[in-house]
Design a protein. Structure first.
Length: 388
């Protein structure tokens, strides 16, 4: 992390939180609020001389800047608290930011009871939200009609897949994982679900591409978020579940490509390398600043079975995390519906039969039924398209 930029962002946060406190005591039109806002903007402008955008991410109670957590002093703690209260997980500032827009942010960050402004992205300040104009979905709507109703969701899917492919290629090349970019991708999916008001619709983007690893990870993310939403999980926990899903298979980037793509049967040594990818993924993530601990756990546990068989081998009293169990189920579902070199993708009835047979041994029985209930409801309404 560049130390000069870090000092500028910390000074910006101090000015910003002091302006919010002043607006709380007086009002947002007070002369001192405007003065502090102007000083805060000057610190941002220093960062804008090197880059066009400045992002702050909230990950497990820490504020991430330049892919590393900021030290939580009084001002940073106040900003974290304000963001948590407003349900904001990501702030992005763009070069050219005028003082008037920064004053609007101050109003948004006021304590509950004083807030007179709804969260709404402006030209130079974004909250990681996807603006989706929804209408009610009528039974019989085709998948194409759904995409016409929600064009932004279709656009987000294509856009975020492209970003994710870039992130994976970067890791494969030995560079540090871009936590900010990853969080933006998951935030786009989470916010699209929330804005539409019906988490089931968000399963519509499931699809295949030649780049199976990338697409599979986004599919597992979508399925995990859908499962979590059905269980009533919201906020930062929902975001972390999505991050964990996107990164569950990252260990495969450290397995030789010729083994992953081998058309024939793997020998014992090759299987050992495959079975080691959960450990490799967890070790990589635990050493990556800004990654939720939940992602490390899920990367390590996603090939464990409900009966504690599978891999890696764990002690007898090991308790698999529920997010890992959800990821195992999503992974299982997406693998069955995808064309592979050795078999065709399966239809929903066949997938359901196999998963129910595995419930209680390989898969968590209640969570399995939760997912199948979700996708079966879509299928019955003609809103699910298991494209291959």
């Amino acid at each position: 992390m560049n130390n000069d930029r870090t000092q500028e962002i910390l000074s910006f946060i101090r000015r910003l939180t002091t302006a919010v406190a002043t607006a709380t005591l007086y009002d947002q039109q007070h002369q001192q609020v405007n003065y502090l806002c102007r000083l805060a903007l000057q610190h941002l402008q220093q960062i804008f001389t090197d880059q066009e955008e400045v992002s702050l991410l909230l990950v497990e109670g820490e504020l991430i800047f330049d892919n590393a957590p900021l030290e939580t002093d009084l001002a940073v703690g106040k900003l974290i608290s304000a963001l948590q209260q407003r349900g904001i997980g990501h702030l992005k500032f763009r070069s050219g930011l005028p003082q008037a827009e920064l004053l609007e942010l101050i109003v948004i960050l006021l304590p509950k009871g004083l807030q007179a402004k709804e969260i709404s992205s402006s030209e130079h300040i974004r909250f990681g939200r996807v603006e989706v104009h929804s209408r009610s979905v009528e039974q019989g709507d085709s998948i194409g009609e759904l995409f016409q109703q929600f064009p932004e969701l279709a656009e987000v899917e294509s856009l975020e897949l492209s970003k994710f492919m870039d992130l994976y290629q970067s890791v494969r090349a030995g560079r540090r994982l871009n936590v900010r970019g990853l969080s933006e991708i998951v935030g786009s999916f989470v916010n699209a679900f929330s804005e539409q008001g019906n988490p089931l619709i968000a399963l519509a983007p499931l699809r295949n591409m030649d780049e199976y690893t990338y697409t599979h990870s986004t599919n597992v993310c979508i399925l995990n978020i859908a499962q979590a939403r059905m269980l009533g999980i919201e906020g930062q926990a929902l975001h972390d579940i999505g991050i964990a899903a996107m990164l569950h298979d990252i260990g495969k980037l450290f397995v030789p490509q010729e083994i992953l793509q081998k058309p024939g049967k793997l020998d014992d040594k090759e299987w050992e390398l495959i079975r080691d990818h959960p450990r490799l993924g967890a070790e990589y993530l635990v050493n990556t600043p800004g990654i939720p601990r939940l992602a490390v756990i899920t990367a390590y546990e996603h090939h464990l079975r409900y009966d504690q068989s599978g891999y890696p081998k764990v002690p007898k009293n090991w308790r698999q995390h529920p997010t890992s169990q959800m990821t195992t189920i999503s992974d299982f579902f997406d693998a069955l519906r995808t064309h592979r070199s050795y078999r065709l993708g399966m239809d929903l009835d066949k997938i359901s039969a196999i998963m129910l047979e595995e419930a209680g041994t390989a898969l968590h029985p209640l969570l399995t039924r939760n997912l199948l209930k979700t996708v079966q409801k879509l299928d019955q309404q003609g809103q699910l398209n298991l494209r291959h």
